[in-house]
Design a protein around this ligand. Structure first.
Ligand code: UDP
Ligand code: MG
Length: 290
């Protein structure tokens, strides 16, 4: 175990009456037994069921923070991390999907790194079937944009360092894209991320993800985060496509048609130049900010 003052466990909860008690009891017992100095912070994100009552009546030593209304997964994490007293923060879902015992591994790996992610790549991983294609495509996009292999972009079980989260807090969203955004922000800023392998179980109760809306959000946020930190990664390929298309039209119409499509060629070529220029300009802006 690394030497540290302690760890703040942050648990966002929204309508998790079926699973919250079991998680809190199991987790507290586990941490005590392993002598891990800790605090547990539960952020109740405007639950409309018995979640808050169950926590209060449990008699467990947890700090319960109330969001007066439902503000989203990322917002709950930001609230929790803000009131964390330790620099090491572990986030975990309240739905019983993660193997909380792996906190030990997260802490062991926490030296000489900036974040440790419990990647859902173990033997027992039950990610709902319909989510897989979108998850696959998003991961591929993220891998390309960062030039890194990311085993799990949006695991909710990870160890963060409060001082590093604070550096990015301005751009971290309130919704489910929080995890993907902080991963991309850290990778594009040369922070180090380690991964451990964990299992992922079927959740109790209903998932709060809205598949279409949240997938669109993810793609948007990936693009925005990269634009924010590494814009050439987006502008260069698009402008390259324009140059390529311009060349294709040029040669094709020159050799195979009676009339050269000069306007199309020029338009594509100019668009390529303009995108390249905007890309380089954004790159300068990014590199000179702060
Ligand atoms: N959650 C939250 N606010 C919300 C939606 C979800 O605090 O608006 C909590 C939820 O109770 C859970 C965690 O965030 O503990 C992750 O949500 P969920 O498990 O539904 O997402 P999934 O794991 O299915 O991606
Ligand atoms: Mg979950």
């Amino acid at each position: 175990m690394v030497s540290m003052e302690g760890v703040s466990i942050v648990i966002p909860v929204y309508n998790e009456e079926e699973s919250i008690l079991e998680l809190l009891q199991g987790l507290s017992q586990f941490l005590e037994k392993n002598d891990i100095h800790h605090e547990v912070i539960v952020v109740n994100d405007g639950s409309k069921d018995r979640t808050a009552e169950i926590i209060r009546e449990s008699g467990l030593r947890v700090e319960l923070i109330e969001h007066g209304r439902n503000r989203g997964y990322g917002a709950s994490l930001k609230t929790g991390i803000k009131s964390a007293q330790y620099d090491y923060v572990v986030t975990i879902d309240a739905d019983g999907t993660y193997h909380y015992q792996d906190i030990k591994m997260l802490l062991e790996e926490a030296v000489e790194t900036d974040m440790v992610v419990a990647a859902r790549t173990g033997h027992h991983v039950s990610i709902p079937f319909i989510r897989r294609p979108a998850k696959w495509a998003i991961t591929k996009l993220a891998n390309y944009l960062t030039g890194e292999h990311i085993p799990d972009l949006n695991s909710g079980f990870r160890l963060l360092k409060k001082n590093i989260v604070n550096k990015f807090v301005k751009i971290l969203p309130d919704g489910f894209s929080f995890t993907a955004t902080i991963t991309l922000a850290m990778l594009t800023n040369n922070y180090k991320i380690k991964y451990i392998t964990t299992n992922y179980y079927k959740r109790k109760g209903k998932s709060k993800i809205r598949p279409i809306r949240d997938t669109i959000n993810f793609v948007q946020l990936i693009a925005r985060t990269i634009l924010y930190f590494d814009p050439l990664k987006i502008f260069l390929p698009v402008s390259a496509i324009m140059f390529f298309a311009s060349a294709v039209v040029f040669f094709y119409t020159l050799f195979f048609k009676e009339k050269l499509r000069d306007t199309t060629v020029l338009l594509l070529f100019l668009t390529g130049i303009i995108l390249l220029a905007i890309g380089m300009l954004s790159d300068v802006v990014v590199k000179t900010k702060e």
